[in-house]
Design a protein around this ligand. Sequence first.
Ligand code: ATP
Ligand code: PRP
Length: 207
Amino acid sequence: MTELTIAMPKGRIFEEAYQMLIDAGFNLPEEVEMSRKLMIEIPEEKIRFILAKPMDVPVYVEHGVADIGIAGKDTLLELKRNVHELLDLKISQCYIASAGLPNTKMNEIAPRIATKYPNVAMDYYKEIGEQVEIIELNGSIELAPMIGLADRIVDIVSTGRTLKENGLVEYERITDVSSRLIANPVSYRMKSARIQDIVTRLKKIVN
Ligand SMILES: Nc1ncnc2c1ncn2[C@@H]1O[C@H](COP(=O)(O)OP(=O)(O)OP(=O)(O)O)[C@@H](O)[C@H]1O
Ligand SMILES: O=P(O)(O)OC[C@H]1O[C@H](OP(=O)(O)OP(=O)(O)O)[C@H](O)[C@@H]1O
């Protein structure tokens, strides 16, 4: 069996993604993320996990230091990395939307958009023909309209609770997001049997 390196996102996707691999029949230890280890070897399965920041998973996979990985569609749209998208795992489902204070029009000259997804936001506003200024933030994006930093935000919405609790309303739904199994193009050719086996096993348990 060929050795396979899998890049897993730390954080909210990890648990569900890891459980999917267990459900697909891989013999994996429980409670892996509880430790501080960033690389985990599973010799019985010839699998090595690297635990990465969610936004870094496509980077590891593009560079081939991980053969496959699990990444949010948001990170794929934002980073536009050269990776193959193999399967929609339908976990961590949410969407990217624009939002802002209620009943407000965007500033007519260069409205400001705060976001963690500058490329997604830029592509969206280009598509609808709006010229905007992007303000890139790393988190707590919902603060921006409240304190006058931006006219709109472009961010992930799941339950809508964060928007609501911060007095914001959704304006446009931009794109749906879920987690995807991705592969390095070279690994996909060189380790095709191994990767195809994982895809087949995961496909059976995708809801
Ligand atoms: N509220 C949410 N509900 C469901 N899925 C979400 C939500 N927010 C983000 N996601 C999805 O989960 C992925 C990882 O989100 P997470 O919050 O763990 O990472 P992050 O905020 O990018 O990381 P970090 O906070 O470590 O920089 C995102 O890329 C997205 O696909
Ligand atoms: O619609 P909801 O269910 O409220 O979820 C949406 C929130 O979840 C994410 O934030 P996260 O918790 O990752 O925090 P962050 O601000 O650090 O990105 C996202 O950026 C939204 O703020």
